[in-house]
Design a protein around this ligand. Structure first.
Ligand code: PEP
Ligand code: MN
Length: 338
């Protein structure tokens, strides 16, 4: 429920209502604006009716939040959220590229890729240290050693790091090494993991859509993180499973436009996993800009044939140079800056 106060309402008026909201076991929200203060009350619908807000003279308007998700909804916050990843601002008027290998494999691999992406002005490095693999026989990631290499790359190239968490117990360990926790498609509804990154950190979380998750399920997964205390969530469309087998997944660009309409959170696109086809990453990146995405996350490798995971979809340095040049006019047309 959203409670809009009259313009002359004081902070004391707001506090009185917030106390009442808390006393009923509901979650109070305080959103002071330039002209008016807006309050929120979240929780059980039956308890909400016990607030008797008509008894408060400074309440101007009461609006229900109709969607099942609340904190992520544009109904609650009309303006776009801007999320910082190690000081790099994501969302708003920015179009942000995150690039790097699927997995961190070695110092030489990570440093050479970091140097390459940095030379094209990419502000953020991705790389998996903990890999959720379909087969137990596939490369599972370097673990702590991978995190240490990511930290070294961050320091050498001034590139804040995005890396996947697969175990809630790793949240503390990873804090020192990453600037943004990625929650992968396979873990989008791992509710203990969502709560861990909600409670144990205020660093950014890149939440990828499950491969068969609806958009409502994605938004409710984001709601878990924010409800647990961390508002710095970025949504990511990474392709879904459909009847189509020509591509690894079907990149659902409807999702981007829909999520931008329904939520104030930044929305990213992952055209690497979304297509799984190297030649399609460039056109789908341009489409992502055009449909309103706030950024892309792309896999790169300087020697894809030797890659320990996802080499088939990794962009080489040359492909990456073309991609950066090709998205430029689209970013300008969208009125954003790279
Ligand atoms: C990845 O980013 O390397 C990855 C495993 O992505 P997803 O969870 O989208 O499959
Ligand atoms: Mn990958």
């Amino acid at each position: 429920m959203i409670i809009i106060l009259k313009p002359q309402a004081t902070e004391q008026d707001a506090n009185e209502i917030l106390d009442k909201i808390s006393s009923l076991g509901l979650k109070p929200l305080y959103m002071p604006g330039i002209e008016r203060t807006v309050l929120g009350a979240l929780g059980d619908e039956r308890v909400l009716s016990q607030l008797h807000l008509d008894a408060y003279p400074m309440v101007d308007e009461i609006k229900p939040v109709l969607s099942p998700y609340k904190l992520v909804s544009r109904e609650l916050q009309a303006h776009d959220s801007i999320v910082s990843i190690g000081g790099v601002k994501v969302g708003g008027g920015n179009f942000t590229v995150i690039a790097g290998p699927c997995s961190v494999e070695s110092e030489a691999q990570l440093m050479s890729i970091s140097k390459m992406i940095k030379s094209y002005g990419v502000p953020l490095l991705r790389g998996g240290a903990f890999k959720p693999r379909t087969s137990p026989y596939s490369f599972q990631g370097l673990g702590l050693e991978g995190l240490q290499l990511l930290k070294a790359a961050r320091e050498t190239f001034q590139l804040p790091v995005v890396s996947e968490i697969i175990d809630p117990n790793d949240a503390d360990l990873m804090r020192d090494y990453v600037d943004c926790y990625q929650i992968g498609a396979r873990n989008m509804q791992n509710f203990r993991l969502l709560e861990a990154v909600g409670k144990q950190t205020d660093k950014a979380v890149l939440l990828k859509r499950g491969m068969s998750a609806t958009l409502e399920e994605l938004l409710l997964a984001a709601e878990y993180i924010i409800n647990a205390g961390n508002p710095n969530v970025i949504l990511c469309e990474r392709g879904i499973r459909t009847f189509e087998t020509a591509t690894r997944n079907t990149l659902d660009l409807n999702a981007v436009a829909y999520l931008k309409e329904k939520s104030h959170l930044p929305v990213f696109v992952d055209p690497s996993h979304g297509t799984g086809v190297k030649s399609l990453i460039n056109p789908l990146s341009r489409a992502a800009v055009a449909v309103g995405a706030d950024g892309i996350i792309v896999e790169t490798h300087l020697n894809p044939k030797e890659a320990l995971s996802d080499g088939h979809q990794a962009l080489t340095g040359e492909d990456f140079a073309t991609l950066m040049a090709d998205i430029k006019p689209f970013v300008a047309a969208a009125g954003k800056s790279l």
